[in-house]
Design a protein around this ligand. Structure first.
Ligand SMILES: [Zn+2]
Length: 175
């Protein structure tokens, strides 16, 4: 029998859909959605390459869109679903925008700013502390990232091999 998904898993599936969209655009596959009053109001994914913007992490994209949509730079009443533990920048934006609740999927051991590299979201010095739940559909959220990086490494290797072969076997010049 198929296990029923709880509400956080249902919305994380929506964020995962965005992560797959990022992957199809050639971006690192991280996706996010914002839920207000029990509904997805905004969707977004990593778009640093496509928008040539180093700050265009999925969380920043959806926080900006939600503020525009609601006409309010404060996101009270919003729950942010992200497939990956937020970084320092995004955690800062989450605190500043007063998102009520943050739900993420996989841990980010190198740069995560909740339970991994830094503890920003739970820092008592902040004037706002969101509720945070991590580990929702974590395996699925991590798998899309590891698949992406595995493929990228394989492509890089193949490219290098082709370059080496081309250098070792130069085309015969026209006489
Ligand atoms: Zn970030």
């Amino acid at each position: 029998m198929k296990e029923l998904l709880n509400i956080d898993e249902i919305f994380m599936k929506e964020a995962l859909r965005e992560a797959r969209r990022a992957r199809d655009l050639g971006e690192v596959p991280v996706g996010a959605v914002v839920v207000m009053n029990g509904q997805v109001v905004v969707r977004g994914c990593n778009s640093m390459l496509t928008s040539r913007d180093p700050s265009a992490h999925a969380e920043m994209v959806v926080i900006r869109k939600t503020a525009l949509l609601t006409g309010n730079y404060r996101l009270n009443g919003a729950t942010l679903y992200i497939t990956l533990e937020p970084c320092l920048m995004c955690s800062g934006a989450i605190v500043l925008s007063r998102v009520d609740r943050v739900v993420y999927g996989a841990r980010e051991p190198k740069t995560g700013a909740h339970e991994s590299a830094f503890q920003v979201l739970s820092n008592h010095r902040n004037n706002h502390m969101p509720d945070v739940t991590g580990g929702i559909l974590a395996e699925e959220c991590a798998a899309i990232l590891s698949d992406f990086f595995r493929k990228r490494r394989a492509e890089k290797k193949a490219r290098k091999r082709a370059e080496r072969e081309a250098a070792a076997d130069p085309a015969i010049p026209d006489s």
